[in-house]
Design a protein around this ligand. Structure first.
Ligand code: ZN
Length: 201
């Protein structure tokens, strides 16, 4: 088996192989990711993250998302999988939405595939509205669209949910999602695989 990022042969039975286990990335590539247990309050909600968003992480995410390299789907949660499963044991995983045209051009739901390795229940109840969608809509509908994210009317949310995304940059998408959930009786947590430097203390 070869490392999914650099293509280097993963040594069979070598010490590094024993230490890294089934990791689809070699130790060198993995070491470039800045692992850190990040936890802070976002809009009054506990947000946790596993990595600082850096160049190596970004490169891998782009290769996965934009170049549709689906083989990379399991590398993002690999190191924190058991921790994640424990932390959010009773929660339903709610994927943050991609805009429709991005979803269509990718042809796959990158977040759902990324979180499938948890074996937990995943739903995608949000729709991200694109600019230009507002024509012919009612005033109430236009207002919802302006906030960027709409909850599908048939969404089957559990009481305890964790909003999941690959990264938090400005937090505007998450803010939009929280707005769409406002007034509902829910216990909400947020998990983003990585977090931009600006969120670190
Ligand atoms: Zn590598």
């Amino acid at each position: 088996m070869r490392c999914l990022m650099c293509g280097k042969e993963l040594g069979y039975g070598s010490l590094s192989d024993i230490i890294s286990g089934e990791d689809p990335l070699c130790m060198e590539c993995r070491r470039k990711w800045q692992k850190r247990r990040i936890s802070f309050c976002f809009e009054g909600i506990r947000l946790r993250s596993s990595y600082v968003y850096n160049e190596a992480f970004s490169k891998c995410l782009i290769q996965y998302k934009e170049l549709a390299d689906e083989a990379l789907k399991d590398v993002f949660l690999y190191e924190d999988l058991r921790w994640f499963q424990r932390m959010y044991r009773e929660y339903q995983l709610v994927m943050m939405p991609s805009s429709l045209h991005k979803l269509q051009s990718r042809g796959f739901s990158h977040l759902r595939q990324m979180f499938e390795c948890t074996g937990m229940e995943i739903i995608e109840p949000f729709v991200k509205t694109d600019e230009g969608d507002q024509k012919g809509k009612s005033k109430a509908m236009r207002h919802a669209i302006e906030s960027g994210i709409v909850l599908r009317p048939d969404a089957q949310l559990h009481k305890k949910i964790v909003l999941c995304d690959d990264t938090i940059t400005t937090g505007s998408t998450l803010k939009g999602a929280l707005k769409a959930l406002a007034g509902m009786d829910l216990k909400i947590r947020i998990y983003t695989v990585s977090a931009n430097y600006r969120w670190l203390k």
